[in-house]
Design a protein around this ligand. Structure first.
Ligand code: ADP
Length: 487
């Protein structure tokens, strides 16, 4: 076998080639079924006689799809590492250049290199950049060029015989919906595997992988702490979980401590939440006026969380120590979400609207229901925009994907699946849910205005408040009766 160093450098600098990735399936945690499925491919790649005698050959293409940071690249490298074959990687965006003929010739180069080192693996990340549907709108230009590249991939994949090629092509994308169907046909990327966000157990397993080279006081303490972090990281990707542990390690070193402790982990968690939601580091000294907005927001969210408690997500505490577009309120996750009823979703939509409301203390209550009323439409902040997004998304999910509304029983992936009159129906129903949610939310906040004020004061004074105290205030505070709001 030729040494990888002989790969023509100038010609192929968009390809990154590794003789051996050194990555194994042990480096990927959670979603065990994915590993089981890929294990089989590894065995075939390794020329397992048992398979060959049965006439079972390696698929030509595997497509991994799912959100960024969920470990698709890691899995591709693990397949190469486990099978002990070289790994040739390129990015879909590398093929899209304005010069005529470049895309197709780059694809040719990539396949030629991989073939001369077969058995081997080709990994094309962001394959949607080159493999999106043909004949669609040509955003950003380069359409003809991209089409040439895509055709070349199809030609290459069709060109080699399954039984002799031994080049496995792995594609990765987070936009399965825009891929050209020709890519997914039999004999091309016909094995499609979804790599999703990890479950709570999955997150614990991922954290354990990345804690392997970190110091904890004891094995027992490590287990307890990582379980706790896994609980507070719903919707986190593997990459984000890895960041938390790295950040905790850095904080530990900065404080000159020997072991990662609870404080470091929680601080790292907060930072990670901050960066992935706002793209900014936390600011430790928040200006007073923002603190007030933040305290009101958290208090409003807390009151709504008491009024419409989520059976599967009890809240634990909140604070005003950092600013994110999502509430600072922490939740404990309990499994059972699949039993959520339509009412639970409606309540969740109302709760999401709580973020839109920022009530200020020194005004008449009637004039301070919403940020819009308070500050004028030009002075509303992004926090409100994000809330609208969250609530609308929940409403859309309920309408399109649960079959629990008057919209109908069918399942629709998203709005683009709808014929025009259904799209109009969706718009109308979503608008109705949103109108109800905003009105209901405003009504609850008016009714529990006194509780909102009390919680806000405590937050401003102590910067944090626990669920127990919030519940106590909610139950004790005087209420102002409101007219009934109906869905
Ligand atoms: P993607 O290709 O899906 O965007 P990556 O494979 O680049 O994601 O993930 C980035 C890093 O995050 C990985 O190198 C790994 O360290 C970590 N990571 C992501 N998912 C997992 C997982 N399931 N188990 C262990 N580590 C993970």
């Amino acid at each position: 076998r030729r040494a990888l160093g002989s790969l023509g450098k100038s010609r192929a600098k968009f390809i990154s080639a590794e003789e051996t990735t050194g990555v194994t399936f042990n480096d990927f945690a959670g979603q065990e079924y994915i590993k089981r499925e890929l294990q089989e491919i590894v065995r075939i790649l390794k020329n397992d006689e048992e398979f060959q005698n049965k006439g079972i050959y390696c698929p030509k293409g595997v497509l991994l799809h799912g959100p960024p940071g969920t470990g698709k690249t890691l899995l591709a490298k693990a397949i190469a590492g486990e099978a002990g074959v070289p790994f040739f990687a390129a990015n879909g965006t590398d093929f899209v250049e304005m010069f005529v003929g470049v895309a197709a010739s780059r694809v040719k180069d990539l396949f030629a290199s991989a073939r001369s080192f077969a058995p081997s693996i080709i990994f094309i990340d962001e394959i949607d950049a080159i493999g999106s549907k043909r004949g669609g709108p040509d955003i950003g230009g380069g359409g003809a060029e991209r089409e040439q590249g895509l055709l070349q991939i199809l030609t290459e994949m069709d060109g080699f015989k399954v039984s002799t090629s031994q080049v496995l092509v792995i594609g990765a994308t987070n936009r399965l919906d825009i891929l050209d169907p020709a890519l997914l046909r039999k004999g091309r990327f016909d094995k499609i595997i979804r790599v999703g966000l990890p479950s709570k157990d999955g997150r614990f397993a991922i954290l354990k992988v990345h804690a392997r080279n970190k110091f904890f006081r004891s094995e027992e303490e490590k287990e307890v702490l990582l379980q706790e972090i896994a609980e507070f990281t719903e919707d986190f990707t593997g990459a984000e979980l890895q960041n938390i542990l790295n950040e905790a390690g850095i904080l530990t070193a900065r404080k000159d401590l020997d072991y990662i402790g609870r404080d470091e982990l929680l601080e790292a968690l907060k930072r990670q939440k901050g960066t992935f939601e706002t793209g900014q580091e936390d600011s430790t000294d928040i200006p007073e006026d923002l603190k007030l907005r933040l305290a009101y927001r958290e208090a409003s969210v807390a009151v709504l969380a008491c009024y419409f408690p989520d059976p599967y997500r009890p809240f634990t505490e909140t604070d005003i120590k950092s600013i994110h577009s999502q509430p600072n309120m922490c939740y404990a996750e309990i499994s059972g979400r699949v039993f959520s009823k339509k009412l639970d979703y409606l309540n969740a939509i109302v709760r999401a609207c709580a973020l839109m409301f920022n009530i200020l203390a020194d005004h008449q209550f009637s004039a301070r229901v919403t940020e819009e009323e308070m500050f004028g439409i030009e002075n509303m902040c992004w926090i409100s925009a994000k809330a609208t997004l969250e609530a609308s998304r929940l409403a859309e999910f309920l309408i399109l994907q649960t079959g629990m509304t008057s919209f109908g029983k069918a399942y629709y992936r998203n709005q683009s699946d709808l014929v025009p009159n259904l799209a109009a129906k969706l718009e109308a129903l979503r608008e109705e849910y949103m109108r109800f949610a905003v009105e209901k939310c405003a009504s609850v906040l008016r009714e529990y205005h006194s509780a909102v004020e009390t919680i806000t004061d405590i937050l401003l004074e102590k910067e944090e408040i626990k669920a127990e105290e919030i519940w106590d205030i909610f139950k004790r505070s005087p209420r102002i009766p409101q007219p009934v709001v109906n869905p």
